[in-house]
Write a protein of this length. Structure first.
Length: 294
């Protein structure tokens, strides 16, 4: 079979023409996603000319058998109220996303997915598998946001950008890579390539004193990035804070980072993820936008 080479596009040109697909899961119960994460997702998608896919997750709560519910309060009514609340919140969130995207001229698709309450977080991870990147919020005083973030980061096979509370999305001029030579860090660098190559400056950060860092060091990664056309340099800092996650973030902020790129480390014990120190520290209290990849 003959193939006409004239029909083959330059792979680099084809890559440039591809539109990135971002995913925004919207929680509706027990807590509702904030208006800020919708605004940040729309803004961020606009900066990178991405198509944003918002997915409102409504809940179905299993009904308690009558023999049990008669011993409690009006359980059927409570379940009905919770499900109606979830549906109403979904409609409100989708409406907000639609209006913000229209004002920002960002391409948006919306859908609503109903799932059993115990499977809510797994559903968010499953939905995220179809897209290039998930956009998440992680708020210390709203525990469910962290549970969703963990589920997506470790269960979707896709990178995620986590926005902290009260943080507004903006262009990525200075990107900091937390580099420890691990597989997870290498995966994160690969997943962050679209942002690395568009950033005005990239710093490869190695934090010493917490664990031995393998050779070659972050300086070697910076050299490779420079050879690919990135304005990159390496820097090292000493672990001084109460946690490695806090130390990495504080150093990134001192460097003037707009975003931190890092690997998410964890391993499963009977389906419960035991997180690495840096991952746990960042998810406990993110201080700046973090692109995390597992």
């Amino acid at each position: 079979m003959e193939i006409d080479d004239c029909n083959r596009g330059d792979p680099r040109e084809m890559e440039q023409d591809m539109t990135a697909q971002y995913f925004l899961p919207l929680a509706t119960y027990p807590d509702s996603s904030s208006g800020l994460i919708i605004s940040n997702a729309v803004t961020f998608a606009g900066y990178y000319s991405a198509h944003l896919h918002a997915c409102a997750l409504t809940v179905a709560i299993p009904h308690i058998p009558n023999a049990w519910s008669s011993l409690l309060l009006d359980t059927p009514k409570m379940i009905e109220h919770a499900e109606i609340l979830s549906r109403d919140r979904a409609a409100t969130l989708v409406s907000a996303a639609t209006n913000l995207a229209a004002s920002a001229e960002v391409e948006l698709s919306c859908r609503t997915v109903k799932t059993a309450l115990p499977l809510l977080h797994d559903t968010a991870a499953t939905e995220a598998r179809f897209f290039d990147l998930a956009i998440l919020e992680c708020i210390a005083d709203v525990p469910d946001t962290r549970i969703v973030a963990e589920a997506v980061i470790f269960g979707s096979g896709r990178p995620a950008i986590i926005f902290p509370k009260k943080t507004l999305a903006g262009p990525i001029d200075h990107l900091v890579i937390a580099w420890d030579g691990s597989r997870a860090a290498a995966r994160a660098v690969n997943d962050a390539n679209p942002f690395i190559h568009k950033a005005k400056r990239v710093s490869v950060l190695s934090v010493t004193g917490e664990k031995p860092l393998p050779e070659p060091s972050g300086a070697h990664l910076a050299e490779i990035l420079v050879s690919s056309g990135v304005n990159a340099s390496s820097t090292a800092a000493r672990f001084t804070s109460s946690s490695i996650g806090l130390s990495i973030q504080q150093t990134a902020l001192e460097l003037g980072a707009d975003i931190l790129v890092m690997g998410g480390f964890g391993h499963s014990r009977l389906r419960d993820f035991v997180l690495g120190g840096a991952t746990d520290g960042v998810l406990h209290e993110p201080l700046l936008p973090v692109l995390m990849s597992h």
